[in-house]
Design a protein around this ligand. Structure first.
Ligand SMILES: [Zn+2]
Length: 81
């Protein structure tokens, strides 16, 4: 799955007036700047590291399995869909 380029980045305002640009796909902070043009330039150049993406996918899949498994002592289990 690949996000459209214009929706791939989240911006987080920092207390010092800078803004972080974070890739929503690989969760890397692509750039920190006070200038919108600098953020846009770094976002345009950003290419997700496939190793990092694979690591996130693996962690996400593991969480999904753990959520579906019954938890000891609770007596409840997620029902298969
Ligand atoms: Zn990325």
């Amino acid at each position: 799955m690949v996000f459209p380029r214009d929706h791939q980045f989240a911006h987080r305002a920092n207390r010092d007036g800078t803004t972080d640009s974070i890739c929503k796909y690989c969760f890397v902070t692509v750039c920190t700047s006070t200038w919108e043009t600098a953020l846009a330039e770094e976002e345009r150049r950003h290419v997700c590291d496939p190793v990092i993406v694979a690591r996130w996918k693996k962690a996400s899949a593991r969480e999904a399995v753990e959520e579906a498994e019954p938890r000891p002592g609770t007596g409840t289990a997620a029902r298969p869909r």
